[in-house]
Ligand binder design. Structure first.
Ligand code: ADP
Ligand code: MG
Length: 335
């Protein structure tokens, strides 16, 4: 039986969300196929010893050091197959400026933006030219942390400072008023699109994402023509950014045109997260979804397994539950 370590926690601002994803994955791993072991990481270097002896690393990490290619690189070095996209796609998608540049070059729409590497480079005139309101965000953030909607030049500098507190580069992006949707992709195939409506908040901020009743999210049926554009944009991003196994593409639809905001390579996988919900609508149980992710990832990383040294993982216990997604009424787990 394959020893599958669920790697969770990490060192990013999304630690708590990662634990939720990890717990849910452990609960739903098919016990007849896998021996699931929780591997909670609190520091970077811990990973190396913690993953020894695993046949497979199921990544439940989000954000920096986890979703950004660094953990993937470590696992490549150790010869341990892992879930999701590889090193390059993970790092590219973590960098909003670079991923927007690439997808735009492929003809995919994304809101206009400026990228700053230093506060001194802030040009109020350039932002004026972009047009208010703008969204100011850390270039490699997640969970809407450090983000501000800025309505006028008076609020600009403090918003940029706040974003710089969270990251080394900052995006100032044209604010796009539109229907928010997200497109989960599994093995290169689009799963049902989910529509998001923030309740109370102007945009999908942290509280809308995670607080009880913060947002309404459901599988939606788009008009055929728009659906085609959305599908084409989602798959173009997935391919251009070299994603593999699974991903989730966030978009805003304005005047019938989908504008891509970002691609998440390790999207949230709690019972109420968007990707599992969409997969459920496509007929996958949570366990079935994990099976697909594991088998797809193993196929992607054929050959790595041979290099795995069996050493056993000390001090970790088994946590298992029943198969199938359990909806927690009203609780929103996004990432
Ligand atoms: N340019 C924009 N115009 C309007 N809303 C935006 C824009 N950028 C981000 N948002 C809102 O902020 C949320 C988080 O932004 P996103 O770029 O996806 O960052 P994160 O990595 O934090 O999820 C989006 O889901 C959307 O609700
Ligand atoms: Mg997002």
């Amino acid at each position: 039986m394959k020893k599958v370590g669920v790697i969770m926690g990490g060192v990013s601002s999304e630690y708590e969300v990662s634990l939720n994803t990890g717990r849910e994955m452990l609960k739903h791993l098919d016990r007849s196929k896998y021996e699931g072991v929780p591997v909670v990481i609190h520091s970077r270097e811990e990973l190396v010893d913690a993953v020894k002896g695993l046949d497979f690393a199921l990544l439940a990490l989000h954000g920096a050091y986890g979703e950004d290619g660094t953990v993937q690189g470590t696992l490549e070095t150790l010869g341990i197959p892992y879930s999701g996209s590889g090193v390059l796609a993970s790092s590219l998608c973590m960098d909003k400026h670079l991923s927007k540049t690439i997808i735009r070059s492929k003809g995919v729409h994304t809101p206009d933006w400026l990228c700053l590497d230093r506060l001194e480079d802030l040009s109020p005139e350039a932002v004026e030219a972009l047009g208010y309101p703008v969204m100011v965000k850390p270039n490699s953030g997640g969970s809407s942390i450090g983000m501000t909607k800025v309505n006028s030049s008076a609020e600009l500098r403090s918003a940029v400072e706040k974003a710089f507190a969270a990251d080394r580069s900052v995006l100032i992006e044209e604010y796009t008023e539109g229907q928010e949707i997200t497109c989960p992709i599994l093995g290169g195939t689009l799963l049902p699109v989910i529509g998001i409506r923030s309740l109370g908040a102007d945009w999908f901020d942290y509280s809308a994402k995670y607080e009880l009743g913060g947002a309404e999210e459901r599988v939606i049926q788009l008009p055929a023509e728009l659906e085609e554009r959305v599908h084409a944009a989602a798959l173009a991003c997935y391919q251009a950014l070299k994603c593999t196994v699974y991903a989730r593409v966030d978009m805003l639809v304005k005047n019938g045109i989908p504008y891509v905001l970002e691609v998440n390579t390790l999207p949230g996988m709690t019972g109420t997260s968007l990707l599992p919900r969409s997969a459920l609508a496509a007929g996958y149980s949570f366990s079935g979804l994990l099976d697909e992710i594991i088998s797809g990832s193993l196929a992607e990383r054929r050959g790595m397994e041979a290099a795995v040294e069996k050493q056993g993982v000390p001090g970790i216990q088994d946590v298992h539950g029943e198969a199938g997604i359990q909806e927690v009424q009203g609780v929103v787990n996004y990432v």
